[in-house]
Write a protein of this length. Structure first.
Length: 160
């Protein structure tokens, strides 16, 4: 994902300094992200992706149940209209997608937490909108890897 973000930044003719000024993300954080030496929070990655016209999602087809009037694009649009920053609905969708993959595979939050070296509460808190906290990219990447997927960046207007 870091390679994709760096490529997209260069394609748009942006320097790291300019991207830092545009996003408010520290230059050192952006450098660490692109070099793969840092593990920023999901919010930081989502802000950078958004500035580049991209969004972060779980790779592959979604396993979330969808109805015609409540697809992912509709949910994100509603959350944005309610005043949420773009990173919040995207992390919620990533978290919900990972939870659905855990359900399909038939593993509990506790089993997943043990397998990837997380506290059970960390996995549980990912789904609690009432006490929302951003997860680190490292946490989400570990969960994705355990569930046989990964995080990816795609154009913001790509189909869900």
């Amino acid at each position: 994902m870091a390679t994709d973000l760096a490529r997209e930044r260069r394609l748009r003719g942006l320097t790291l300094r300019r991207l830092s000024a545009t996003t408010g993300v520290a230059l050192s954080v952006l450098t660490g992200l692109e070099q793969g030496s840092g593990w920023p929070g999901f919010e930081t990655v989502a802000i950078v992706a958004d500035a580049l016209g991209l969004r972060v999602q779980v790779a592959g087809p979604s396993l979330l149940p969808q109805t015609e009037d409540q697809d992912q694009a509709t949910m994100v649009a509603a959350w944005l209209a309610a005043g949420y920053k773009v990173a919040i609905p995207l992390q919620l969708l990533v978290s919900l997608e990972l939870r659905e993959r855990m359900r399909v595979v038939g593993v509990s939050k506790s089993a997943v937490a043990r397998a990837v070296g997380l506290r059970h509460n960390t996995v549980t808190e990912m789904y609690d909108i009432g006490d929302f906290r951003f997860s680190s990219i490292r946490t989400l990447a570990a969960l994705c890897a355990y569930l046989g997927t990964r995080l990816e960046v795609v154009p913001a207007d790509a189909p869900w």
